[in-house]
Design a protein around this ligand. Structure first.
Ligand code: MN
Length: 195
């Protein structure tokens, strides 16, 4: 799940391979527009602005800025981690919406979780359990075993040495305009879109 983009400073705002209204009625046009053109853009702009005076790190990828964050100068470490994570997580979130879950991944999911409905139930429980802002993920580890995890704020699965396969942004900005406080309705809409 990826949209090709220049993966080093200055990081671009990815161009979505679909229109803001393309995911109606599952994700409403206004939410898609604000989420991409304002929320993601703010992460991109803040990351670039923070890295601008530090040319030593202009060749680093998003993944390096996240995984090797401790190597950065202390004053920018926290801001880079939050914003590189914000760009990385959103790039994945928007990319995966381009098409339904690929059949080989659905096969792997049913092998691991028994049935697709069983996976959906577990994923929903995880997504509902995120307190405050964060993400629910389907990930794979180094032995290709699947795991459902959650991460707070803009933390990614990379810090746990897990590779992301599916991600659901459960920050309120991802659903509040359409679903208000009803996160479950948003999770169900996303599952319908992805499966
Ligand atoms: Mn978001």
């Amino acid at each position: 799940m990826s949209i090709p983009y220049k993966n080093r400073y200055p990081f671009p705002l990815i161009t979505l391979p679909y229109s803001y209204c393309a995911k109606e009625p599952y994700i409403d046009t206004e939410t898609m527009k604000l989420h991409h053109s304002r929320h993601l853009k703010t992460y991109v702009d803040t990351l670039n602005k923070t890295l601008a005076p530090h040319p030593n790190y202009h060749s680093w990828s998003l993944e390096s800025l996240i995984i090797k964050n401790f190597e950065l100068p202390e004053p920018i470490r926290h801001t880079v981690k939050n914003n590189a994570g914000g760009v990385y997580n959103h790039n994945l979130f928007f990319a995966q919406l381009a098409s339904p879950t690929p059949p080989p991944l659905i096969t792997a999911i049913t092998e691991k979780f028994g049935t697709l409905d069983s996976f959906k139930a577990s994923f929903t429980t995880a997504a509902l359990s995120v307190f405050g802002s964060g993400y629910a993920w389907l990930t794979s580890d180094s032995t290709n075993t699947l795991h459902i995890i959650t991460t707070p704020n803009q933390t990614t699965p990379l810090e746990q040495n897990l590779q992301p396969l599916l991600t659901l942004d459960v920050w309120e900005h991802a659903y509040y305009l359409k679903h208000h406080n009803l996160r479950l309705n948003y999770i169900n809409a996303w599952l319908e879109l992805m499966f």
